[in-house]
Design a protein around this ligand. Structure first.
Ligand code: 5RP
Length: 221
């Protein structure tokens, strides 16, 4: 079985009747949403959900999973989401799929953040995966320059010849950092730059990591 699917389906076992659930984004979170849809349909699982992207919202609606606007759902019991990198302290890089801002808001509003990954995402030190930084369009070249001056080696994420736009109408600069020695300090430093909306570092946010290994075993961290 696909390792992403294996991890995602295991994490969906944490979801119980009556829970408010955050739906992540990406090719791993996709499988969690599919499985939740099956449970809603076949077991009559009663949940309310909020999605972290338009794509996940569309998928959930298609599957008949009840969606509630963020402003009405209150505190979530659990969010299940993927990640691009996970280190030994359960810090993350997220945003490869461009949904980092909504993902961070939804995760912060959750009692439990469960991250689902295949073993390739587990690293010793964060930073090999380029760190996504979401930037408002106004003065975006100035903000980009500020990142460059900080030594972040930014590159605009592109969609053909246009800058990629997030669901929030912002741009993303992917920063080739190589090795992030202090994720907490970098997270704060980046978010101090006017024009930066947020970045893909999730420091001290994940509660549980479900890792699927190539031999088919699941590790829970
Ligand atoms: C989207 C994300 C994703 O969770 C992350 O990019 C992992 O994606 P995938 O499960 O497709 O490998 O943060 O913004």
């Amino acid at each position: 079985m696909d390792l992403k699917r294996l991890a995602a389906e295991r994490a969906v076992e944490y979801v119980k009747d009556g829970m408010k659930v955050g739906l992540g984004t990406g090719s791993t979170a996709y499988w969690a949403i599919q499985r939740l849809g099956e449970r809603v349909k076949n077991e009559g699982l009663q949940i309310e959900t909020v999605a972290t992207s338009q794509a996940s919202e569309d998928q959930a609606r298609e599957l008949g999973i009840p969606l509630v606007p963020f402003s009405e759902i209150g505190r979530l019991d659990i969010t299940i989401d993927g990640a691009d990198e996970v280190d030994g302290r359960l810090n993350l890089i997220k945003g490869g799929g461009g949904a980092l801002l909504r993902e961070k808001i939804v995760a912060m509003n959750s009692r439990r953040l469960v991250i689902v990954v295949d073993e390739s995402k587990v690293v010793h030190t964060l930073g090999k995966f380029p760190l996504p930084v979401e930037i408002v369009p106004f003065a975006c070249e100035w903000t980009y320059h500020a990142l460059d001056q900080m030594g972040c080696h930014p590159a605009w994420r592109m969609n053909g010849s246009e800058k990629y736009k997030t669901d929030n109408g912002n741009y993303i600069a992917d920063c080739k950092l190589g090795r992030i020695s202090d994720a907490e300090a970098l997270n704060q430093k980046l978010n101090m730059i006017p024009g930066v909306v947020d970045n893909g570092l999730f420091v001290d946010m994940a509660d549980t990591i479900v890792v699927a290994h190539a031999d088919g075993t699941i590790e829970i961290k």
